[in-house]
Design a binder for this molecule. Structure first.
Ligand code: PA5
Length: 445
């Protein structure tokens, strides 16, 4: 993986970025000596190097069982219990996977990541017609959205195949001993995997939370973990600042933030990366957005969004910097055909690969945005495969923790997420929330 900071130095001098070297080195120490904020949530740091062959085999074996008995597997979860799996599966899947018959892979769909009645009704309607299994994921075991989604699915599956068969088609991933989901899983005899206590939701993609769905979708979790393990090594404290991509990225974004670049846009030129950016937004948004500070993480899919948000990025409020996530070599080759009539006047590029046009769009946009006052960080991976996705996951996690410490916040808590939940419970009339409910209803009159 290459990280290129050259295009930020006309906005923030290189000296100023590199001046953060000492601070980043200190933050590496805080993380690895477990002496910084949130130090009881650092289990993710060594996940790639510590996961055992037998743990991977166990995940693969359950995945293979569910694959053999399902046309569709529903993954139930929200936030960190959803986005990692979704990001990896979208990045690695054929763009039209669900429309290709006999691929040998079940279709993986998601539930409980929203509470839309239409979404869940239509999901159940589709599940009426197929053989399916369910993986329910909740670290706390008490989150409302997945609990509701799972209640609907369990009810549907038990009515369809009977209670005993349903239990063999349900796998729960949750806390070792606490929470409603653990209790239910024990009572119903579901197979389970544990989310370690010291791994927070948004840092959990390299636990069974991400690995089981990815294995069910038919991708190599061993390659994913191998890539992450290499990133673990290459971002370790022993790697000096100048060669450590996590330190460089964390330093660059904090230096830009000091220059009032308060919005970071993750840019891709391949729609397979759309959900990787969604995962990244949760990771950075929940980790850094607190104490009235933090960079706001946003994302765009180019070139599509150059025809919408591109205008704002080029000429709107100058508070933005971009991080372009780029892939050196596409999986496939597609040449532009020649057209004797040339009515679209595109013969000047006939014979070229589509990826060359995409690359020129990328390079041209980077230069245009720099001219428009938008600094660019470029992160390049050679190929979009399981190894490099695993590498990116760990790289972004490590950089996020370092960046959060540099900003001075605890990157491992999310106190702000509670506010909406309390209001929702109060408005729904949950016992214990009566007074708050009355106050809120008055405000809504
Ligand atoms: O990062 C986090 O901790 C959150 O986004 C959680 O992943 C999310 O709220 C879901 O929580 P749970 O897995 O407990 O259902």
């Amino acid at each position: 993986m290459k990280i290129n900071l050259e295009n930020i130095f006309e906005f923030v001098p290189k000296k100023q970025v590199y001046a953060l070297r000492e601070e980043l080195n200190r933050n590496q120490q805080l993380l690895h000596e477990k002496s910084g904020k949130g130090n009881d949530f650092l289990g993710w740091l060594n996940l790639p190097s510590s996961i055992t062959d037998s743990e991977l085999s166990q995940i693969e074996s359950v995945a293979s069982d569910l694959r053999s008995k399902s046309d569709v597997v529903v993954i139930v979860g929200i936030g960190g219990s959803y986005l990692g799996a979704k990001a990896v599966i979208e990045a690695l899947s054929h763009s039209f996977a669900s429309m290709i018959p006999h691929s040998g892979n079940p279709t993986v769909v998601f539930a409980g990541q929203n509470i839309s009645e239409d979404y869940h009704s239509e999901l159940l309607e589709m599940l009426d017609k197929v053989r399916y299994s369910v993986v329910v994921i909740s670290k706390s075991g008490t989150t409302t959205e997945p609990a509701l989604g799972f209640r609907l699915l369990r009810n549907h599956l038990e009515a369809k195949v009977g209670k005993a068969e349903a239990a063999s088609r349900i796998v729960a991933i949750t806390d070792e001993s606490k929470g409603a989901l653990r209790k239910l899983a024990n009572q119903e005899g579901y197979r389970t995997f544990v989310i370690p206590d010291d791994v927070g939701g948004r840092y959990s993609v390299l636990t069974p939370v991400g690995l089981l769905p990815v294995a069910i979708a038919g991708f190599s979790i061993r390659e994913l973990v191998k890539g992450a393990a290499d990133a673990e090594q290459q971002t370790a404290p022993s790697v000096k600042f100048e060669e450590n991509p996590a330190c460089l990225y964390a330093a660059a974004r904090n230096a830009l933030y000091e220059k009032k670049k308060v919005v970071e846009i993750m840019v891709n030129y391949n729609p397979k990366l759309h959900f990787l950016a969604e995962w990244w937004k949760q990771l950075y948004g929940e980790s850094e957005g607190k104490e009235q500070k933090g960079i706001f993480p946003a994302s765009v899919d180019f070139t599509s969004d150059l025809h919408s948000l591109g205008q704002y990025i080029q000429e709107g409020e100058r508070m933005i910097f971009e991080t372009v996530l780029t892939i050196a070599e596409p999986k496939t080759k597609l040449n532009i055909p020649n057209d004797p009539e040339n009515l679209d006047q595109l013969n000047f590029i006939s014979g070229k690969r589509l990826s060359e046009v995409n690359r020129m769009a990328e390079l041209g946009t980077i230069l245009a945005h720099i001219d428009g006052g938008v600094p660019n960080i470029v992160i390049e991976i050679p190929r979009l495969d399981a190894y490099w996705v695993g590498y990116l996951l760990y790289f972004f996690e490590k950089a996020c923790a370092l960046s959060g410490y540099t900003l001075g916040v605890n990157p491992f808590d999310q106190p702000g997420v509670e506010a909406y939940k309390k209001n929702m419970f109060a408005l729904l009339g949950k016992p214990g929330f009566e007074v708050q409910g009355e106050q809120l209803r008055k405000r809504l009159e």
